[in-house]
Design a protein around this ligand. Structure first.
Ligand code: PRX
Length: 638
């Protein structure tokens, strides 16, 4: 039996799309009727992009964990909900059935309650890729606490920013995390951060690596010890907290073009429906299939397509602790064969990196269980697409190129595997309910094909963000100010003669480094905070594996003349402020930066220099000091 809202054919897609535009209220309320609500909504949608205000299914009551777990108990009690593969191939896998997931989530929810965590409290989760991370998220959702997962690769300073901004009261962490050959000492990083986070009263620590750590009495508690206290009290079945449809489900921080990362807020009902609807349709998930998304749960892809989308659909989701290239670049193929994975969802940067190791890593790997392949996070180049299709999919699996964002909650533009057309490096068509458009610089809608435009959405969809935490005005300015009555994505795109979208990349100061989203302003702030740095400008340039890499132009007035030392020092500083993902591949020490007469750095010129497009610099005569450009070009790092 297919899912009731699963699109089966191209004409079905056309019909559903048309219906979703003509009657969005009827369309979404029909889909919502397949979810579990303890009280039905009074109104499907109220919205206004000017204020902005977006509310879906107001008046309804639900708990997402009932949809992700409880409602599957009858028919799928013993079906694996989560299959976990450890970092080390010699360590045993763990299989967690829906029944066990229910049990462990209820128990851990009781632990949180016992520690005073209440509905609406913010809980920061900073863990490696282990089932307890999923359990912690679901336990928060069970009791109505708002989770704020922070990627384990972020530094103490990033953690401080995210904990302080969300006024977190409880942190859930691990002693450490295994990632390839490395052990990341997570607890030590949290301890450093908490020195500056007075709102945090409790930390619950899961023991994973057995690293030696310090536990602060009265604040830090071991996960396993807390569980025993709960179990000895009663058999645990923590009741799901009835949540309003528009109550916050989670906050996830992401980079913008200015200032510090912003807390993207997703709410209970709309996010749930959209994550599940898009999962079932894009990947064409069939019951009992095994879905493997390689993203980290610290990013939105992990939230929507490891945790909420698959679990809501009653799927089996595979969680892998390690990295694709360790202990060798055949690791993902081994995992696929071991568990007979049906759907693989990964990032172009991972594909390109595996490509660089050659095809010998496919020897003795069958990969014949695969039915669908997916790509996410950045544009996928044709060469990587073809390689993915041929060597991983044996030219037998559709590839879905899924365009979306932290803000969108789920996939907005993508082919539906095997149902709608695919085209290498094209995200193709919007999902039903998604009114995408391209506009010119002055907001005029573009109807012709092959014209570059700004990618916008005209109408709300249930999975969209509702605000940026603690700063609604920033939300308005970021997404609704540039073009009237449109959600602006920050991406550029064009359409071919068949209306298929090709995403060309960010048109703002946001970079995509190995698929990780990083704001140039964040990196500049980190570099500028270094003593002896007067100013800096950071831009991206194309990189064969990472997609984009960082080029930093730095005005340095210190005395160290050893370039390699200086570069290492700057990168170390970036690592402490943000994390290793934001390190610069190229750092050029400059005397001055190209600025307009009003003092604004002309990043456009620096971008061209970094990309080697020296003949396309445009008019530099309006610069305050055009001479700096010649100096920068002369010392350009190639
Ligand atoms: O530039 C687009 C790029 O990733 C951005 C969103 O990043 P983030 O919020 O971290 O979410 C990543 C996972 C959804 C977008 O603005 N992007 C994402 N998917 C694609 C993409 N660019 C091209 N093609 C894609 N399929």
């Amino acid at each position: 039996m297919p899912y009731p809202f699963q699109i089966q054919t191209r004409s079905d897609y056309d019909q559903q799309y048309a219906k979703s535009i003509e009657d969005p209220i009827g369309f979404w309320s029909e889909i919502a009727s397949h979810f579990k609500f303890s009280k039905k909504w009074d109104q499907v949608l109220s919205w206004n992009f000017k204020e902005p205000r977006i509310k879906w299914f107001e008046g309804a009551k639900l708990n997402i964990t009932e949809n992700c777990i409880d409602r599957h108990l009858e028919s799928k009690m013993d079906q694996p909900a989560i299959i976990w593969e450890a970092n080390d191939p010699l360590e045993n896998e763990r299989i967690i059935t829906y029944k066990e997931l229910h049990q462990t989530v209820c128990e851990f929810a009781a632990v949180l309650k016992r520690h005073g965590v209440q509905k609406g409290d913010r809980v920061c989760i900073y863990m490696g890729m282990i089932p307890e991370l999923v359990i912690a998220m679901l336990a928060c959702a069970r009791i109505g606490a708002i989770h704020n997962v922070v990627f384990g690769g972020f530094s103490a300073q990033s953690l401080i920013d995210r904990i302080q901004d969300a006024q977190v009261s409880c942190v859930i962490s691990c002693d450490g995390a295994f990632r390839g050959p490395k052990t990341i000492e997570l607890k030590a990083i949290v301890d450093e951060a908490l020195l500056q986070c007075p709102t945090v009263k409790t930390q619950i620590v899961y023991q994973r690596t057995h690293s030696k750590i310090n536990m602060l009495e009265g604040r830090d508690f071991w996960w396993h010890e807390e569980l025993t206290k709960i179990n000895s009290l009663h058999s645990v079945s923590t009741a799901p907290e009835p949540m309003d449809a528009e109550d916050m489900l989670f906050i996830l921080y992401t980079s913008g073009s200015t200032g510090k990362p912003k807390g993207v807020v997703h709410t209970c009902a709309g996010y749930m429906i959209y994550a599940c609807y898009s999962f079932v349709n894009v990947f064409q998930y069939k019951k009992k299939q095994i879905h493997f998304c390689t993203a980290d749960i610290g990013w939105i892809t992990g939230h929507s397509y490891i945790v909420y989308g698959p679990l809501c659909a009653g799927a089996t989701t595979l969680l892998y602790e390690g990295i694709p290239t360790w202990p060798d670049p055949g690791r993902l193929w081994d995992i696929i064969d071991k568990f007979q994975v049906n759907i693989l969802y990964t990032a172009p940067t991972a594909i390109r990196s595996l490509m660089s190791f050659g095809e010998t890593w496919f020897e003795n790997k069958k990969l014949d269980s695969l039915k669908v392949l997916g790509s996410v996070g950045e544009p996928i180049n044709e060469e990587a697409w073809e390689w993915y299709s041929e060597h991983v999919g044996h030219s037998n699996c559709p590839i879905v190129d899924t365009w979306w964002q932290t803000e969108t909650g789920g996939i907005l533009i993508s082919n539906l595997a095997g149902v709608t057309p695919q085209k290498p490096s094209f995200a193709t068509l919007p999902l039903p309910g998604i009114q995408a458009c391209l506009v010119t610089d002055d907001g005029q809608e573009i109807s012709e094909h092959e014209i570059d435009g700004f990618l916008c959405i005209k109408f709300p969809w249930p999975g969209m963000l509702r605000t940026t935490y603690g700063d609604h005005e920033r939300f308005r300015k970021n997404y609704f100010d540039r073009f009237e009555d449109l959600y602006f994505s920050g991406d550029g795109a064009k359409r071919d003669e068949n209306g298929l979208y090709r995403i060309t990349g960010r048109v703002d100061d946001v970079l995509k480094i190995s698929g990780h989203r990083i704001g140039t302003a964040e990196v500049e702030n980190a570099v500028n905070s270094l003593e002896d740095v007067t100013e800096s400008a950071v831009v991206g340039y194309p990189h064969p594996i990472k997609g984009q890499a960082i080029y930093a132009f730095v005005i340095y007035n210190g005395t160290n003349s050893n370039y390699e030392q200086l570069k290492a020092g700057i990168n170390e500083h970036i690592q402490t402020h943000i994390g290793p993902i934001a390190k610069a591949d190229k750092i050029q020490i400059v005397k001055g930066l190209p600025k307009t007469r009003s003092g604004k750095i002309m990043r456009r010129i620096l971008r061209k220099i970094a990309c080697g497009e020296l003949h396309e610099l445009g008019d530099t005569s309006t610069l305050l000091d055009p001479g700096v450009v010649d100096e920068i070009i002369a010392n350009r790092i190639i």
